[in-house]
Design a protein around this ligand. Structure first.
Ligand code: NAD
Length: 477
């Protein structure tokens, strides 16, 4: 790390060293809105240099045990540097410090799980001898790394979501060119240095920061990139898939997560989960509670309890221990949310609480009397807004949940096993969470969506499947 101003400055991270560039950009503290860091802006030549370094490093294989050791060491180092990484997250994301510690802990876990998986990658026996004429043959498969993986990540969990790509990619023996969000690139740059301290050979992990479309264009035009692993918006994911040609693409995209609150559930528990997971990270989580369908018989009680719980949240400075909800990522994002809420109210929605903005802070907001085609229901709001609708019949609510372009995860609060099983079969999502909110995730579970929520799974064991090829070996004996 160098410093040409009073604030920390970072170069690109290519082939094990920092590379400075002509152009730089500021990374804002998302609460004070003042520049907190300066990072490099990569030009075309830098991106190609990073890809070439990744390719060269890939040619020097690392054994599974070496990969395990490096990833386990990186996980341990991250725990040691917990405070430093949490402070960086609080500044560049604006999340409350306590949630930042939570993200660092999860990231360390993601790396540890990746380390464990590095020693379990295996193919299978293939009984080719069962085919007539093949009696004297034997076959088995092995899983081989794809090569160079371009990883592109969003702003909302910029450490753990990076670890969900870098961890499995390295565990499987690949090299990585990482393009973190331009809004939150610093933890990724710090992570690259941490990996060097953990013994990762130069070139295995390269980080290029700067403009998304410009770097994206360089990555897709290079034939040396073998796979794209993207987490972010549908718009960019679709573009990437169209550009990638026949190469592998893994996409973790958005959602407008539905949660059903049935009359027979533990209502207080449902209120707590909906409130916590609707407003955590100011609602900027891909599985944040957004659409809530509450049975009409318990609507009044649910909404009044949810209102009271929501109004107890402290909104403000992420570095204050009392704060539950910090700012959104940018003033213009908070303004967008404000305009969607205003439009919904003009179209007949009722504001139960919230609806207030101060700069990038948007107060947790509950709307009722919403209609399916309001933006607050139809699109992904990615802000601290929960839209409550009602239902009377089980088939009706399942149809409402499925009336969405997205399908990442959904939540269902009920004690009725038949309802839970029916929902498991009929709700169109990658994951259904029963008696917790849609936003439940632990890092070793398979995670990914259907419909516009993407393709491919994350969770180290599952990501490793995406990031390897199954190669068949046949022995003619
Ligand atoms: P975004 O799509 O705007 O940006 C994501 C990344 O893509 C950034 O690094 C950005 O610089 C880069 N990018 C932008 N244009 C590009 C281009 N043309 N080529 C290549 N890269 C480009 O998303 P965001 O605003 O950072 O994140 C919010 C979105 O991410 C939401 O839709 C959210 O649901 C989604 N998300 C999904 C998951 C998941 O696991 N499914 C997790 C977190 C966030």
């Amino acid at each position: 790390m160098g410093s040409n101003t009073t604030r920390p400055a970072y170069g690109l991270y290519i082939n094990g060293r920092q590379v400075s560039t002509k152009q730089t950009m500021d990374v804002l503290d998302k609460y004070t809105l003042q520049p907190a860091y300066t990072v490099a802006v990569a030009e075309k030549e830098h991106v190609h240099e990073a890809i070439a370094a990744a390719r060269d490093a890939f040619k020097q294989p690392l054994s599974p045990y070496e990969r395990f050791s490096i990833l386990a060491k990186a996980s341990a180092l991250l725990k040691e540097r917990r405070q430093e990484f949490a402070d960086t997250l609080a500044a560049e994301v604006g999340k409350p410090l306590r949630d930042c510690f939570g993200e660092v802990d999860r990231a360390a876990m993601t790396l540890l799980i990746s380390a464990e998986e590095a020693r379990r990658i295996h193919g299978q026996g293939v009984p080719v001898e069962a085919a007539p004429g093949s009696e004297n043959r034997m076959a088995f498969s092995i899983r081989v790394p794809v090569g160079v993986i371009a990883a592109i990540t969003p702003f909302n969990a910029p450490l753990n979501l990076v670890c969900h790509k870098v961890g499995p990619a390295l565990a499987a023996g690949n090299s990585v060119v990482l393009k973190p969000s331009e809004l939150t690139p610093v933890v990724a740059l710090k992570l690259a240095e941490l990996f060097a301290d953990a013994g990762l050979p130069a070139g295995r992990l390269n980080v290029v920061t700067g403009d998304g479309p410009a770097i994206g264009a360089c990555l897709v035009e290079s034939p040396l990139v073998n796979m794209f692993s993207f987490t972010g918006s549908v718009r960019v994911g679709l573009w990437l898939k169209q550009q990638a040609g026949l190469r592998k693409v893994s996409l973790e995209l958005g959602n407008n997560s539905a949660n059903i609150v049935h009359f027979d559930c533990d209502l207080d528990h449902a209120v707590e989960m909906v409130a916590n997971k609707g407003f955590n990270t100011a609602g900027q989580v891909c599985i944040s509670v957004q659409r809530v369908y509450v049975h009409e018989s318990v609507k009044e009680e649910f909404v009044s309890k949810l209102k009271a719980r929501t109004e107890a949240f402290v909104v403000g400075d992420p570095r204050d221990d009392r704060t539950d909800i910090g700012p959104m990522i940018a003033v213009k994002e908070a303004e967008r949310v404000e305009s969607w809420v205003r439009e919904a109210i003009e179209q007949g929605a009722v504001l139960v609480t919230g609806g207030k903005r101060e700069g990038a802070l948007y107060y947790p907001t509950i709307l009722t009397e919403v209609k399916p085609d309001m933006k607050v229901c139809r699109q992904e709001i990615f802000g601290p807004v929960v839209a409550v609708d009602t239902y009377s019949q089980i088939d009706e609510v399942i149809a409402k949940v499925n009336d969405s372009d997205y399908g990442l995860q959904a939540g269902l609060f009920t004690r009725d096993l038949n309802f839970a099983m029916k929902a498991a079969k009929e709700i169109e999502v990658g994951g259904l969470i029963v008696n917790d909110a849609s936003a439940y995730r632990v890092d070793h579970m398979p995670y990914g969506g259907v419909k516009n929520s993407g393709t491919g799974k994350e969770g180290p064991a599952y990501a490793i499947e995406e990031m390897t090829e199954e190669k068949l070996i046949v022995l003619n004996l």
